[in-house]
Design a protein around this ligand. Structure first.
Ligand code: AMP
Length: 402
């Protein structure tokens, strides 16, 4: 079965067509500038054929129509008819407290997503608009919502509660939700397979432009670093991560910002970009460090220190660790960041192989010494495949649609 995986933002839409039988990506593409002038679709097949259409897409509906045209294009597509798409998997940011796993989309699911849109105002409107358009353009094709949050829905209340009045939590659903769930799920499942043990305590470090860590016990998330929004936790590319809420109000007054601007500021202008006052991109920062830039060095050290502290606290939450896994653009590629994080971790039972860490790697790579009590692993994430797997599993289990 071919699964169309869609990750829609407010003005862009990324997609992949995946043949789930052998878990291969057939093609991937991007619709850019939806709702604006100068729209375009770019697509590349697994065998290297590239394709571009310059066409305005006033809404997500026109974008989906263009995607379907590109998928079946004789020269640049991968299928000959839309009927070869068995199901669509939609990445949806927020499940609220309503869903604890992925779900087959029907009118009620759309209604609940609309109710939860206020929990993710930057992403949810684009996600929902795309789901509605797809249902209109592809009637009869089963669709699944795969949420960024549901992998973390197994967290116990003591992990997700903030120290606020219970009635306020209940009324407004203000609590830790966690994000990057498709990545944490995919990587923890692969790590469990690799460890091959019945019981496992794993810390997943998803380090990219956005970064988060989760503690996974016997395959279930028990805690994670992101919170009510993806702003909490680690020092990221442009996000501040944990910060005293009173400092936020102080900063807001001093910089003369509105509350909305302040949240935007903490999301877009802080993190490693803010500390370095240079860039959020790890490659740029590493180059600057090699040239002696002290603020770039401080930015990366502060980010690594925060990761180290989360690893320590999650080790305590798990009651020990069997494996620490690195994934995401930085986790998979930056030996510099991994080294800073893994220095002086002997207390935890880690014997880190610093030489192995410097090697080029492709696929799963073990960075701990054979005698290390804790395995340290690099494991490439694949969020689209994770969404396709969830979609295929649900669609296969669901009764056939009329
Ligand atoms: P992601 O959001 O997962 O795509 O990760 C993006 C981050 O990964 C950016 O900060 C990149 O600079 C970083 N990254 C990608 N490749 C490398 C590399 N070879 N070395 C260091 N950082 C990298």
């Amino acid at each position: 079965m071919n699964i169309l995986v869609i990750n829609a933002g407010s003005s862009s839409l990324k997609y992949q067509l995946i043949d789930i039988a052998n878990e291969t990506m057939l093609l991937k593409g991007l619709c850019d500038r939806i709702g604006m002038k100068g729209g375009s679709l770019t697509q590349k097949t697994a065998d290297g054929r590239s394709f571009r259409i310059d066409e305005d897409m006033p809404t997500h509906k026109e974008a989906i129509e263009l995607v379907l045209k590109a998928l079946v294009d004789k020269e640049a597509g991968a299928i000959s008819s839309v009927s070869e798409i068995g199901a669509v998997g939609h990445r949806v940011l927020h499940s609220g407290e309503d869903f604890h796993s992925s779900v087959v989309i029907d009118d009620e699911v759309v209604r609940i997503c609309e109710k939860n849109a206020e929990l993710g105002p930057l992403h949810m409107p684009g996600n929902i608009a795309c789901i509605k358009s797809c249902r209109e353009v592809m009637p009869g094709v089963p669709m699944v919502a795969v949420f960024d949050t549901t992998f973390h829905s197994t967290m116990p209340p003591k992990a997700y509660m903030y120290g606020i009045p219970y009635s306020v939590y209940q009324q407004y659903k203000i609590r830790k939700y966690g994000f990057h769930g498709t990545s944490h799920k995919f990587v923890s499942e692969e790590a469990v397979k690799y460890l091959g043990a019945e019981h496992s305590r794993i810390i997943i470090c998803h380090l990219g432009n956005g970064s988060s860590i989760s503690a996974v016990k016997d395959g279930k998330c028990i805690d994670t670093s992101m919170g009510f929004t993806p702003l909490e936790g680690l020092i990221m590319g442009t996000r501040s991560g944990d910060i005293d809420p009173a400092a936020v109000e102080f900063l807001r007054v001093k910089l003369g910002m509105t509350p909305e601007d302040t949240v935007q500021y903490l999301n877009k202008k802080c993190g490693m970009l803010g500390i370095s006052e240079l860039d959020s991109d790890m490659r740029v920062l590493e180059k600057a460090i090699s040239e002696g830039n002290e603020k770039a060095a401080l930015a990366v050290e502060a980010a690594a220190y925060r990761i180290k502290k989360y690893i320590g606290s999650f080790a305590a939450a798990l009651g020990g660790v069997d494996a620490i896994v690195f994934t995401g653009g930085i986790g998979e590629n930056s030996s510099y960041m991994r080294r800073l994080v893994m220095e002086d971790m002997d207390y935890l039972g880690v014997v880190f192989d610093f030489e192995e860490n410097e090697k080029r790697m492709d696929g799963l790579h073990v960075l701990s010494d054979p005698e290390s009590y804790v395995k340290v692993i690099v494991l490439p994430t694949n969020e689209e495949l994770s969404i396709a797997r969830e979609t295929a599993a649900l669609v296969s289990a669901a009764p056939a649609m009329a």
